[in-house]
Each structure stands twice: as C-alpha cells, then as structure tokens.
Design a protein around this ligand. Structure first.
Ligand code: GLN
Length: 198
C-alpha cells in the first residue's frame, strides 16, 4: 500500500500559524504556508488559524486570495477553522466591523468577541460526543460563538450555558476555541480523516 502524506495548507496571512503547523506535522501531514492564490493548487486540505478575522479578511483581499479561497471551499476542500478561522468560515457574521467579509461555506451565524475582550479569556473542559472521552480542554481567547446553525450543519459541542462552540458541515469543521494551543489533537485528527477521505 502506498500512502503519501496529505498536503495541508495553513492560511498564513496572520494568526497562530506555527501552532497549527506543529500539530499537523506531528500528525503526519505535509504542511504548506499559503498566502497567494497559486499556493492553493494541489492542496488536500486547509486550516484557517486563529488570530484576528478582520485583519485576515483584509489581507486576503489584498493578496487576491479571497475569491479563489471561496471557490475552493465551495468546491469541497476540507477546511478546519479555529476561532478567527471559524469566523471566516461562517456564512453569516454578527458583530463584524464595517465592511468585514468572510469566506463562508459553513451555514452558520457566528458572533465575534462573544465573551468580551482579551481579559475575558478563559479555559473550559468540554464534552465533545463525537470525540468521546476525555473531555476537551478548550482555550477561549476573544472567542466567537455559533449563534445559529442551518440544517446542513451539526453542532459538535456547547458550553454549559448551551452556547454552541464547534460545528461541522460536510468537509468543514469550525471550532470557536484553540485546540492547537492546549495539546488537543483530536480536532486536527478528525480534520485529517476528512482530508484523507476527500
Ligand atoms: N476576536 C478575534 C476575531 O474577531 C478572534 C480571536 C482569536 O482568533 N483568538 O477575529
């Protein structure tokens, strides 16, 4: 049997690119840093990192990669988005800045900065039924929440107050927190399973 490492891009305009690169490399992926449209060619999957969605949005337009990225996502490219990356995956945005756009794909309304500013950052242990035991240690850093999900999307986990903080839809997986910064690899593994199957 011949197995080749999946080629996984990380959108590297801004944000916590290195943390994702480390986890993906550990899990056997061949990581490519993506800034320009041509760098999307031949990718088996893409990660949209945490960072600042307003900045990533603006830079994606400046680099001319917004449209090709939208087309790649709409065409079925497996994508993992964390925090700002979840915001960028959402079809609908609440509390965006004026003129802020997303790449879309995930039939969801995502609210930016749902918990307030940096000082309101926190960690929580979450049950994620599709991942099984143990619970997920989740770091929320100026994190968004998923306010509404369309029929094609499925909630994967929620805070004790019921607010949804991870969801998936087909090849798209969006997480409001930062698994890449708490040694939690199961979301990346789930994403890579999608990548290998796609
Ligand atoms: N609040 C940030 C935004 O709007 C997201 C924060 C994060 O990715 N840690 O993009």
């Amino acid at each position: 049997m011949v197995t080749t490492a999946p080629r996984v891009g990380i959108l590297s305009l801004q944000g916590d690119v290195r943390e994702h690169a480390r986890v993906l490399t550990e899990l056997g992926a061949q990581v490519e840093l993506v800034r320009r449209p041509g760098e999307l060619a031949g990718l088996d999957g893409l990660v949209l990192p945490g960072g600042e969605s307003t900045v990533i949005d603006k830079l994606s337009r400046a680099f001319g990669i917004q449209r090709p990225l939208r087309e790649a996502i709409a065409g079925g490219l497996p994508v993992l988005g964390t925090c700002a990356g979840l915001i960028l995956l959402a079809d609908r945005l609440a509390d965006g800045i004026a003129g802020q756009e997303t790449f879309g794909g995930l039939d969801a309304t995502v609210r930016r900065n749902a918990f307030g500013g940096q000082v309101e950052s926190f960690e929580a242990d979450l049950e994620v039924p599709v991942l099984g035991a143990p619970t997920v240690r989740a770091a929320f850093i100026r994190a968004p929440v998923i306010e509404q999900l369309g029929p094609a999307a499925t909630a994967l986990c929620a805070l004790p107050d019921g607010r949804v903080v991870a969801a998936e839809q087909g090849n798209l997986l969006g997480v409001a927190f930062h698994p890449e910064s708490t040694a939690e690899t199961r979301f990346h593994r789930r994403f890579l399973d999608r990548v290998r199957r796609a």
